[in-house]
Design a protein around this ligand. Structure first.
Ligand code: ADP
Length: 707
């Protein structure tokens, strides 16, 4: 950024010290003297006798002019004195313009760019050679120095109404007369438009000055071309890493067209005439178009829907305009010399540049990247185009322009290099991210692998449990059937009729066995049904106190006459209401109580406690718990996690205790469906404690009954 600002400032400084117009520096004999901007009040090495004279509507030789000034002249031509040559090729009349009126109508200029200019200089110092620099005359001209025609461009017909155009641009060496006097006469003709005459004021300078300036201009162009080639080679390497290379190509085109424009400048080119202008104008238009495309390729897509949509229209519009321009100029070259063409070119360049500036600033609001470079590029590019338009004196212009081009190239080199560095950094970053992502994924795969291994172990265990259960089930089914068959055979084969008591005993035994079978089958059916999705809960408010209380009554009477003790505790003033399916919950409580009875010794003690569960970590603190504690065989600690698995029976469950290992898994799935919790705390040999927790219902039992 600093570099670019420094470059712009130094270019402007260069422009200022080289301006021939209005600068004291440039009025020395070694500098160039602009023949329009003469100030007679300043003591200078060159004196301009009277400034420019202009004879409108006539192509005159110096001789004709001299004769017309003689006293006995037969023909006098009206003319203006002290005229200024302006940028648009016409003359503006100085304040002191004197009118030699030999007929009002003659004096007025007609609509054509035809006329003769004359100026007289007096050198104050003795100088061997002076160079006259004529930057631009439109269209055909003859230049006379001290009465001698030294250059002739284009042709004017006898009738002076047809001409063959040529771009006039010349450096002419002048040998002053012994008194140091120089008379310059230039006649010009442009019959196609009034946009004619001397386009830029000629200047004189010492031969060495002009040589130096032209030499430096050519040096600049050489440096620029070398730079461009260097950029082309280096840039194409660097740009390989870009996502989109088009910006690089557009930059090359833009830069190349600007350099070519310089090369086709009249002071440098080998071509002459209209071709020159035509090619230059085409390069200007193309350079403008490529500049637009270059900026366009910088804009990131997807920042704004509106601009994304606009993109297509923008490109179409600029492409069509450019094509129209080129076609017009190449098909009708005379249009080039119209004043309106200059205005149109100016407008096109201005609009494109303003548009680019506008878009860049809009994008900067949405896009951080390359802020400084964008801005610097816009400033430089605008300067570049403006310098093309502000072409007053081409010496100054071309050096400034070359400077700007050079620095524009440096600016963009920086841009591309920074872009490259950023891309590289991004790549390095991505690499790092990738590495950590791979690490993470590896960890993840390890974890998944571990899970798979665990699942595999579980599956093997389940399979084992299933096999065990299958043998249990078949054993448990066969045992009662064998027993029943035994009793039936006993009764059938009895040689003597059985006593009534015996019969009752046999039938009772058969009855018990068939109940056992039924229980097992019902367990299997229940489990299968629980696992199927279709089994929905019939929810309704349930009083846990009442349900568990009833079960307690049942098993309490069953224990009567045995040493087993069963107790029940519940709050007096709380029914402990929950939402649940009564049939299924009955099964849960019964299962746990039956297990407690089953896995305790004959003198076992079983406590059933129902209460509210206040821990906020458990179901939001609003919960009801049924705790069933026994002092039986307990569960070995390594087996506790598995007792709720299907078919799982702890090693110490005992061969005498019949069971399928299905009861707790049914209980668990009922609890899961109710959104409740069940867990067991147990110590082998000392007993177990089953906790069954439900979310308490908000409706009280009484309210429900009233409803
Ligand atoms: P089972 O039909 O074998 O009782 P369950 O699913 O009801 O099947 O119980 C699974 C296993 O949990 C039992 O085999 C037993 O080892 C253990 N178990 C369940 N309740 C208790 C308890 N109150 N005391 C000790 N062990 C128990």
């Amino acid at each position: 950024m600093i570099l670019i600002v420094a470059i712009v400032i130094s270019s402007l400084a260069f422009l200022l010290i080289n301006r021939r117009r209005g600068s004291d520096f440039s009025y020395t004999i070694t500098g160039a003297v602009n023949l329009t901007a003469w100030d007679a009040t300043k003591g200078m090495p060159v004196t301009l006798e009277k400034g420019w004279e202009f004879y409108p509507n006539r192509i005159l030789t110096p001789e004709m002019i001299h004769q017309s000034h003689e006293e006995n002249a037969t023909e006098r031509y009206p003319y203006y004195r002290s005229v200024q040559i302006t940028r648009d090729g016409w003359v503006s009349l100085g304040d002191t313009a004197e009118l030699y009126s030999y007929g009002e109508t003659d004096y007025k200029m007609d609509s054509y760019g035809v006329g003769t200019y004359r100026i007289e200089l007096l050198l104050n110092q003795s100088v061997d050679f002076v160079t006259l620099n004529v930057p631009d005359i439109s269209q055909s001209a003859t230049i006379w120095i001290n009465g001698k025609a030294v250059r002739h461009y284009g042709t004017v017909s006898e009738a002076r109404n047809v001409y063959e155009p040529a771009r006039v641009c010349a450096d002419i060496q002048i040998e002053p007369t012994s008194e140091g006097r120089i008379e310059i006469v230039i006649d010009c003709a442009n019959f196609s438009s009034p946009y004619g005459g001397i386009l830029s004021s000629p200047c004189v300078a010492s031969t060495s000055t002009i040589g130096t300036i032209e030499y430096s201009v050519r040096m600049y162009l050489t440096v620029l071309c070398a730079f461009w080639v260097f950029f082309l080679i280096g840039g194409s390497y660097i740009s390989k890493t870009f996502v989109n290379r088009s910006k690089f190509y557009f930059f090359l085109l833009m830069f190349a067209s600007d350099i070519l424009y310089e090369i086709f400048s009249p002071s440098v080119t080998i071509l002459s005439g209209s071709w020159n202008t035509l090619i230059q104008i085409s390069l200007l238009i193309l350079g403008n178009y490529w500049t637009f495309l270059f900026y366009f390729s910088l804009y990131p897509r997807g920042t704004s829907k509106f601009f994304d949509k606009l993109r297509f229209f923008e490109i179409t519009f600029f492409s069509v305009t450019t094509a129209l321009y080129l076609v017009t100029f190449w098909c009708f070259p005379s249009v080039l010399y119209l004043k309106s063409s200059t205005v149109a070119n100016f407008v096109l360049l201005l609009v494109t540049n303003l548009y680019c500036v506008f878009r860049v600033f809009y994008m900067l609001r949405h896009f951080e990247h390359g802020k400084n470079l964008y801005s610097a590029s816009v400033i430089l590019n605008t300067c570049l185009h403006l310098s093309q338009l502000l072409r007053a004196q081409y010496f100054v212009y071309i050096s400034l322009h070359a400077f700007l081009l050079l620095f524009l190239a440096i600016g963009f080199t920086l841009y591309f290099v920074m872009d490259y560095v950023k891309t590289y950094e991004k790549l390095a970053d991505n690499n790092k991210n990738l590495e950590s992502a791979v690490e993470e994924k590896t960890r993840y795969i390890k974890r998944v692998n571990q899970d798979l291994m665990d699942n595999h172990v579980k599956l093997v265990e389940n399979e084992e449990a299933r096999k065990k259960m299958m043998s249990n089930v078949s054993h448990d089914l066969r045992t009662p059937i064998t027993a029943i068959r035994g009793y039936i055979e006993l009764m059938l084969n009895a040689k003597e009729p059985l006593s009534r008591e015996q019969e009752v005993q046999y039938l009772n035994n058969m009855h018990t066995r068939s109940i056992q079978m039924e229980q097992l089958i019902s367990d299997l059916v229940q489990l299968t049904r629980m696992e199927s999705e279709n089994d929905t809960l019939q929810l309704m408010p349930i009083s846990v106190k009442e349900m568990v209380g009833d079960l307690y009554q049942l098993y309490h009477s069953e224990c009567e006459g045995t040493e087993k003790v069963i107790t029940f505790e519940a709050p007096e003033d709380d029914d402990l209401i929950i939402e649940g399916d009564p049939k299924k919950l009955l099964r849960v409580f019964e299962n746990i109580i039956v297990n407690a009875m089953k896995y305790t010794h004959d003198d076992g003690v079983i406590n059933i406690i129902c209460h509210r569960y206040a821990d906020p970590a458990m179901l939001g603190g609003n919960a009801v718990e049924v705790l069933i504690r026994d002092n039986g065989v307990g569960i070995p600690s390594n087996e506790v996690p598995y007792v709720f698995d299907r078919f799982y029976r702890a090693e110490n469950s005992g061969i005498n205790k019949t069971g399928s290992g299905l009861g707790l898994s049914i209980v668990k799935s009922v609890m899961d469906k109710h959104g409740g919790k069940i867990w067991v705390e147990s110590e082998e040999g000392h007993g177990s404690e089953f906790h069954i927790v439900f979310k308490a219902s908000d409706i009280s039992f009484d309210e429900e009954e009233e409803e």
